[in-house]
Design a protein around this ligand. Structure first.
Ligand code: SAM
Ligand code: SF4
Ligand code: SF4
Length: 337
């Protein structure tokens, strides 16, 4: 019944992103700049985080709406204690077909095997440069690429499917587009370039720092010819390409220069149980309060239908049309991408 209600709506809800923690071991300059997220920054307390029981209860409700895909994110999700237990339980929920984690990979060396054993299928690993001197700056903590490359290796050995995500920002790491493409063409891992976005309020975003999908593809194509591929499924956000002379793929997520709001099937749950229908929202809906005040599944369901069908988000389209922007947006480390 619930799935029926939402399938009639123009943007079906398919993809739930759950942030499980707002803390991180990195301070990427475009996400959690160290000067803002310093020693005295107040991260969430344990009792503010949704418990695993609370997350599972909500996902059971979401699954009835047609949500099939779960992405666990953060902050750095592998810093949440016993994450494998959550993955195991999510995997038991009827209707959930695909579970992935987005991570900076550093803790995969210790956790890849147990996450795989718990039922994790895929990891998206963030890596913004292959040269240490650039990566040390992008991650804001002076970390070299080795711990991330070791994490990627651990994921491979554990049998996890891997995608590599690289945020491209002019003046930060555009020099790494070709070196990253060459490196991952050789390993056979899919590399996805992400246009630098104006999420949050602190990354000093400016349109002149966005390296467009067109520029990224043109630069790679000149050296390593590419063939465009069809989307795998409705709402896929990456434009995909394959190299002419190999099976390796790349993708570009062009949220700035080629917005895809009309097919946005994502809903996001923050670590403290706020629900967001858009990455650029300024306010969420407090679902944790509903759970902790004893509301029934039916009451939560009615609220979700109201939230989703009342949704008119198209921030990226408005940005492209240079319409007035929101004053205060949620932070990427809070909502997890
Ligand atoms: N810590 C994990 C990681 O980095 O993979 C998960 C959370 S992180 C917020 C999720 C994704 O958002 C990463 O791929 C990251 O590169 C991306 N991201 C963060 N800030 C961004 C920005 N300003 N523009 C584009 N992508 C961004
Ligand atoms: Fe941490 Fe991921 Fe944000 Fe980097 S992008 S600061 S790794 S949450
Ligand atoms: Fe979806 Fe909002 Fe991104 Fe548009 S701007 S694709 S509505 S999250």
């Amino acid at each position: 019944m619930n799935k029926y209600v939402l399938d009639q709506y123009d943007r079906p809800m398919k993809d739930l992103r759950i942030s499980v923690i707002d803390q991180c071991n990195f301070r990427c300059t475009y996400c959690m700049p160290a000067e803002i997220f310093g020693e005295d920054y107040r991260f969430m307390h344990q009792d503010e985080l949704l418990s695993f029981d609370e997350i599972i209860r909500l996902v059971e409700v979401f699954a009835q709406f047609g949500v099939e895909k779960i992405r666990i994110t953060g902050g750095e999700p592998l810093m949440r204690k016993n994450l494998d237990e959550l993955i195991y339980r999510l995997n038991q929920i009827e209707g959930i077909k695909d579970i992935a984690v987005t991570t900076n990979a550093v803790f995969l060396v210790k956790q890849a095997k147990k996450l795989k054993a718990a039922g994790l299928q895929r990891v998206n690993i963030s890596l913004d440069a292959i040269e240490d001197e650039v990566f040390k700056i992008t991650n804001g903590r002076g970390v070299k690429t080795k711990p991330v490359l070791k994490g990627i290796e651990a994921a491979r050995e554990a049998g996890l499917e891997i995608k590599i995500n690289m945020v491209v920002k002019q003046g930060m790491n555009e020099s790494q587009i070709l070196p990253m493409a060459r490196y991952f063409k050789n390993t056979g891992d899919t590399l996805r370039f992400i246009e630098f976005m104006d999420v949050g309020n602190h990354n000093g975003w400016n349109m002149s720092e966005v390296v467009s999908k067109k520029k990224i593809i043109d630069d790679i194509h000149e050296e390593m010819p590419l063939i465009p591929l069809d989307a795998n499924y409705y709402g896929e956000v990456a434009s995909r390409y394959r190299y002419e002379d190999s099976d390796a793929e790349i993708g570009v997520i062009s949220s700035v220069t080629d917005a895809f709001c009309s097919s946005c099937t994502r809903i996001r749950l923050s670590a403290d149980g706020q629900l967001f229908t858009c990455l650029f929202a300024s306010k969420g809906y407090d679902i944790r309060e509903m759970i902790r005040s004893g509301k029934t599944d039916q009451e939560i369901t009615s609220r979700l239908i109201k939230i989703w069908t009342g949704r008119d988000d198209q921030y990226s389209v408005e940005r492209a049309q240079k319409k007035p922007q929101r004053d205060k947006k949620i932070e990427m480390s809070y909502i997890g991408g």
